[in-house]
Design a protein around this ligand. Structure first.
Ligand code: BGC
Length: 356
């Protein structure tokens, strides 16, 4: 039902959009990104801009300072006033853009939600992201294997949990996907969380902040007596790399090194995490090739502009509170020190020097 409404809205939106601009050259795409302080979003923004420009579009790329919600709201309002033909938005707070985007809907400007789902807005036409639930499952399964939890002879392992910003809808999928794998082991006692903090709200990290994660890890170390000479800490689930870096800082300060480092997950293959994997600190990361996501968004935008069928591969997972948003999910890949050269360097994502 809602799907139909979205398509009808889109059809009108596409009509309005092509009325503004009949050729790619004149078509203006507004891109709103959350922050310039994390490598991930700098890469996304620039890949997207480059690829949209290569396809002939004019691009207005705006960053909302360092995750500043009022800045993102006013930037979106400006892109709407400037009559952008399509908006691509990666929200800071997935629920804070309803009013700003109502303006886009009024003007018939289609909105593509980028990487993170924009909640409670019926202005969203499409969503392009990675398979976020799978990201969590990859992390959960990695821990199961690394800790040999399926082996009957394995003694109980101590674990702590960290996820990202509670206002980011992706957290439900990252944390949910990992916990769906790990919960049975907590219930059977094979995994033990000494802090008792296993709920999303307890393990969230506002703005995915490295500093916040470091502080929480320091507190967990002191309140549970974790340390190379103290209570063993076998593993930490971290939903991404900016959080994993804070955890790594706290662990190394507490005396952990490559010979006794707990199994630590991450996501994004940010440069500091790739370096840490090479050093034997962080154990794994999940690679989401932002070039693929940008490529997919260019295809979506082009189909919207040309009124052809918009490529999607998921029409049941992502409900933003106003109905299901048709989505394209790209595939995440597990990276460890064993395959990082092949996946990240041989593919041209990083040069050897960048992650030395
Ligand atoms: C993205 C992750 C990223 C995190 C922090 C999430 O919405 O999907 O790739 O690590 O935000 O920026």
């Amino acid at each position: 039902m809602k799907f139909k409404t979205t398509l009808t809205t889109l059809a009108c939106a596409v009509f309005a959009c092509t009325a503004f601009a009949s050729t790619a050259n004149a078509t203006k795409i507004g891109v709103s990104m959350p922050t310039q302080s994390l490598q991930r979003w700098n890469q996304d923004g620039h890949n997207l801009k480059d690829q949209l420009e290569a396809a002939g579009y004019k691009v207005e790329l705006l960053y909302a300072g360092d995750n500043d919600i009022p800045t993102q709201v006013s930037q979106i309002e400006n892109l709407v006033s400037a009559n952008c033909d399509v908006l691509v938005v990666a929200p800071i707070d997935g629920g804070a853009l309803t009013t700003a985007l109502a303006g886009a809907k009024d003007k018939g400007i289609p909105v593509v939600s980028y990487d993170r789902l924009i909640m409670n807005s019926d202005a969203i036409s499409y969503y392009a992201t990675f398979d976020n639930y799978k990201v969590g499952q990859i992390q959960g399964n990695y821990l199961v294997d690394a800790l040999k939890l399926k082996d009957a002879n394995t003694k109980p392992k101590n674990i702590e949990f960290f996820t990202g910003s509670i206002d980011d809808n992706n957290v439900n999928f990252f944390f949910g996907g990992a916990m769906d794998i790990l919960k049975p082991y907590l219930e059977s006692g094979k995994l033990v969380c000494k802090s008792g903090q296993t709920e999303k709200a307890q393990v969230a990290t506002l703005n995915w902040s490295t500093e916040e994660a470091q502080k929480r890890m320091e507190n967990l170390i002191s309140s549970n007596g974790y340390g190379p000479e103290g209570t063993p800490l076998d593993a930490i689930l971290s939903s991404n790399d900016s959080v994993a870096n804070g955890i790594t800082n706290a662990l190394t300060a507490a005396g952990y090194n490559k010979d006794n480092f707990p199994v630590l997950t991450g996501q994004d293959c940010d440069k500091p995490s790739v370096k840490n994997m090479k050093r034997g600190l962080q154990t794994m990361s999940v690679f989401k090739d932002t070039r693929l996501l940008a490529d997919q968004v260019v295809k979506m935008v082009t189909a919207i502009v040309n009124k052809t069928e918009v490529p999607v591969n998921d029409t049941k997972t992502y409900d933003n509170g106003t109905g299901i948003i048709p989505s394209y999910l790209c595939t995440p890949i597990v990276v460890t020190k064993d395959n990082l050269k092949e996946v990240l360097i041989d593919s041209g994502y990083y040069t050897e020097k960048e992650v030395k």
